[in-house]
Design a protein around this ligand. Structure first.
Ligand SMILES: Cc1cc2nc3c(=O)[nH]c(=O)nc-3n(C[C@H](O)[C@H](O)[C@H](O)COP(=O)(O)OP(=O)(O)OC[C@H]3O[C@@H](n4cnc5c(N)ncnc54)[C@H](O)[C@@H]3O)c2cc1C
Length: 436
């Protein structure tokens, strides 16, 4: 065992802090502490920064985000402030630039579009009603009566599944069978457009990480928090400090792959167990040229089977690149992680052939994510499962004995599941430490 370098040297008066995780939350916390004269080291399992924010440079002419892509709601969003500081170029995608195709691959008729709108309204009404009742149920249970009413019509049932999948399961990365009807949409939003970064979201994490001491490839196994100090044991070393900031993803904390000694207070363990960790996966397909409409950003497909390749983004209009991004969320998103790349691409092309015909070409290249089986993410982002409440995120965020501090998207009750939530949680924890 060695002792972590980069801590202690001449800054002992403000104490030493170990930040576990070089994602947005950890980088924001470490940067803020360091700027205020604190002695900080960031301990990271991977050989890169960013965590669930990860820009791929596999295609040099088009950096692509395998994790977070968008600043969701640019107005007053702290990600916008950071992007403005860096003068980072952004592109705006629009949900209004949408083409939706039915199960036969035909562009929606006006009647189908109206039917979809009507079913969307009924789903929202059913969920609103469920939120007025005392007992919580799952989102699926809340719309069950609708399912029964629509059962005789295959087209209507498929439309209902499409609405549930694309409006709810893709947004919250979670199955309607597990999402809480009371709390699934408890997060706050920022207003304004959704914008993506021309050079990838990584410009933000690169900036935040500037000059920070980061220990890479250090997989934390145990966090000891004693009366006088904390010790963080990785597979290779031991780091000692006055306190530790834990930004491990909810899925990692739930997996017990990192042991706390002594164990965490029971309220925190209950919160960890009750909240949900969701799944959202991406499959980028690159073609020689765009064979789909050039003036749209989003493609919707009402699949015959629930939740299969319902949502696509086109990079043709915004970036003049013949690239499609297909999403799979929740149960199907998890299921395909066990498939080979070839099976995933074949399944994507099968869907595109329903829409664009048998002549749909094979992609010239692809990039695929598997966030749930990633040992350092164990999911895409957190959601409010049946049995959880938003206040459990505040419980998760609470420091313990001025030794253990918690940040990360799951610990932000207003903005969980987002980059801005992760970032703000990092600033929150830095403030807590600066006030000690
Ligand atoms: C597919 C996908 C799409 C998304 N889309 C958007 C979007 O468009 N807009 C948006 O705002 N948000 C989006 N998000 C959510 C956003 O990416 C996250 O909320 C945010 O990046 C989480 O940051 P974090 O710091 O909390 O966690 P992380 O980024 O996961 O950071 C935690 C760090 O801890 C490290 N770690 C894990 N285990 C260990 C260990 N044992 N020892 C040491 N280190 C460890 C990890 O490697 C990681 O670097 C998306 C996420 C995904 C996966």
């Amino acid at each position: 065992c060695g002792t972590g370098e980069g801590i202690g040297a001449g800054m002992a008066s403000k104490g030493r802090t170990i930040v576990i995780g070089a994602g947005l939350a950890g980088l924001a916390a470490a940067r803020e502490l360091r700027h205020n004269g604190h002695d900080v080291v960031v301990v990271e399992a991977r050989d890169r920064i960013g965590g669930r924010l990860w820009t791929s440079s596999a295609w040099p002419d088009m950096p692509l985000d395998l994790g977070a892509t968008w600043i969701h709601g640019v107005r007053d969003n702290p990600m916008t402030d950071l992007a403005d500081t860096l003068q980072a170029r952004r592109l705006v995608t629009s949900y209004d630039k949408l083409a939706t195709y039915d199960a036969n691959g035909q562009l929606f008729t006006d009647a189908e579009a109206a039917h979809r709108e009507a079913i969307g309204n009924q789903v929202r009404m059913a969920l609103h009603n469920a939120q007025q009742r005392d007992a919580d149920v799952t989102v699926r249970q809340a719309v069950a009566a609708l399912t029964q009413r629509l059962q005789p019509s295959l087209a209507a049932t498929r439309l209902l599944n499409f609405v549930v999948s694309s409006e709810i399961e893709h947004e919250y990365a979670a199955s309607a069978h597990r999402l809480s009807a009371h709390w699934y949409d408890s997060a706050d939003d920022f207003e304004g457009d959704d914008a993506l970064f021309v050079r990838g979201f990584q410009v933000i994490t690169d900036y935040l990480a500037t000059d920070l001491p980061i220990e890479f490839s250090q997989v934390v196994k145990e966090i000891f928090w004693g009366e006088h100090e904390v010790r963080v044991f990785t597979e290779k070393m031991t780091f000692a400090a006055d306190r530790v900031v834990v930004t491990l993803p909810l899925g990692v904390l739930q997996s017990n792959s990192v042991r706390f000694t002594p164990e965490l207070p029971s309220a925190k363990r209950q919160a960890l167990a009750a909240l949900g960790m969701g799944v959202l996966n991406k499959c980028y397909l690159r073609f020689n040229q765009a064979f789909w409409p050039h003036d749209i950003d989003w493609l919707g497909h009402v699949s015959a089977q629930h939740g299969v390749w319902n949502e696509w983004v086109s990079f043709q209009r915004v970036a003049q690149m013949p690239i499609l991004l297909g999403f799979n969320a929740a149960d199907h998103g998890l299921e395909i992680e066990a498939w080979s790349d070839q099976q995933i691409v074949a399944s994507a092309i099968e869907t595109l052939r329903i829409i664009f015909g048998a002549g749909t070409p094979q992609p010239s290249a692809y990039q695929i994510t598997r966030w749930a089986t990633d040992p350092f993410a164990r999911g895409a982002y957190s959601y409010n499962a049946l049995g959880s409440t938003p206040s459990m995120r505040d419980t998760l965020a609470m420091p313990v004995d001025a030794k253990l501090f918690f940040a990360g998207e799951a610990s932000h009750s207003a903005y969980f599941g987002t980059t801005h939530g992760a970032y703000l949680s990092g600033l929150r924890v830095a403030e807590q430490i600066l006030e000690l």
